[in-house]
Design a protein around this ligand. Sequence first.
Ligand SMILES: Cc1cc2nc3c(=O)[nH]c(=O)nc-3n(C[C@H](O)[C@H](O)[C@H](O)COP(=O)(O)OP(=O)(O)OC[C@H]3O[C@@H](n4cnc5c(N)ncnc54)[C@H](O)[C@@H]3O)c2cc1C
Length: 284
Amino acid sequence: NRSNASSEIEFRGAIGHLIGEKGRGIRTGLSMNHNSRLDIAAASAGLMRTAVSLAAHHAQHRHAFQKALIDQPIMQNVLADIAIEAEAAAWLAFRLFAALDRQDESASERLLARVGAPIAKYWITRRAPAVVTEALECHGGNGFIEESPMARLYREAPLNAIWEGSGNVICLDVLRTLAREEGVVDVLRAELMAAAGADRRYDAALKRLEGELPEMIRNEGQARRLTERLALMLQASLLLRFAPPAVADAFIATRLGEGWSGQFGDLPPAADAAALARRAVPAI
Ligand SMILES: Cc1cc2nc3c(=O)[nH]c(=O)nc-3n(C[C@H](O)[C@H](O)[C@H](O)COP(=O)(O)OP(=O)(O)OC[C@H]3O[C@@H](n4cnc5c(N)ncnc54)[C@H](O)[C@@H]3O)c2cc1C
């Protein structure tokens, strides 16, 4: 890839030092992967935020059909929708970094970081290319040309889903962790319960998840569905607790609602898309 100093290397006649127990190389390597997977989730949250800022800035200054793009209702809906996606991604990544910081003092934070890293890696890296594509389109043709910063973001966006474990492999890790790490389901439940009672749609989604979880953990073919659900619930719980109510409300109405298409620009009429879009414009 062109945005990192990355290349294929070969070790010939190199000296190696054992840094873990003999015969347990994969396990030793993977213990480092858990942390770097969280880095990657955060990097994708950053890619999204950059893309949203560039799109909102462009929409504020570009006029079409006698108005600034940011004053056009459909564009407001699109910008608001990608902005809440980026915000939810950042909250999830940073909640898990906080858990990682506290893992030596707290067993529950250690377990949350352990299971949360692959959940965040899977979902945030999966959403980043979609956000970047939409933000690119907000620029019209100018977004597509190589001179635009969007071209680089677009090219980089899918990579984070692949390295350090591609999507399916990451979901297998989520399944394994839920099935084998004692106490991990209780830790997730406690984290999600922290927002219980704040929104009836969230409470209903939590109840549904509780009911379906045991079967989903046993069914490998459902691993993506399960990981996505857990990610959305964690994001919703964080937004309910810490974000402005309008952000949490728009997120829950779509991501936890019936019939969400997954496409951007899908916020319902009750969402204040104009205000959410303006909130995404960077202060320069
Ligand atoms: C730019 C770049 C830089 C890289 N840098 C490094 C580096 O510095 N160090 C390093 O060690 N590696 C590096 N990698 C390698 C990277 O980590 C791997 O490419 C990645 O983990 C995927 O492994 P793979 O390519 O072998 O794909 P495969 O494992 O062959 O996967 C192919 C597809 O099959 C799916 N799949 C695999 N197993 C299953 C399963 N059991 N069930 C269902 N689906 C499955 C995967 O999700 C994927 O979609 C780099 C890769 C790239 C692109």
